[in-house]
Design a protein. Sequence first.
Length: 224
Amino acid sequence: MSQKARYASSVECLLSSSSRKFKSPFRRSQHEFLRLVQRFGHDINSQAQSKRKQTIAKDQLALFIYRLARGHEVRAVSRLFRRLRFVFLPLCALLILEVAGTVERWTDDCIQAIIRRLSSHVCWPMVNERYDLKRPIKSRHALPNCVGFIDGSHVNLEHTPTRPTKTAGSFHSRKERYGFNIVAGVEDMKRICYLRWGFSASASDKRVQRSMRLHTDPDNYFTS
């Protein structure tokens, strides 16, 4: 069995493991993971044969999601996936990243696939949809006329940005990491409907929020 096939087998072991065991490293259920494969699998490897395509998508998404969920460095992710057979099932095969593809390349493939479909999945609700979103939020959280929630999050960089020292310092956050600050808006069911990016990690959430069109052009986003 090739190394790629062995790694695919190990991913299948993960998918067939208990919900708790799967959710711990990936922070989502098997069902949610498979939905991502269905949505982005074709874009992740459009050159592969149809049967092979979904397998490759599972492999890459498993590594990609784990990396995002944990925020580990590339070497740490690589070491963990090499130890999959010891963490989950004895028969799970050893991952050799030099053969199956590097962590960086697989991460890039997944990011590019998501970017290509971003506009079709991340979109602000239409007027009639806003009314439907208000009802459950008012019922569950006692917040009238609310269509969702916003919060900021840091996207950490593994290395110092390749910029002059003075400029690179602006990417350094209070959490002692280099990165970007993004703000996301989500509906009651946690589906992202708005994103604002382009700010370094040193920027406060308030600064990012004030630049959002939700704040500068509210009439086009909210129903009176």
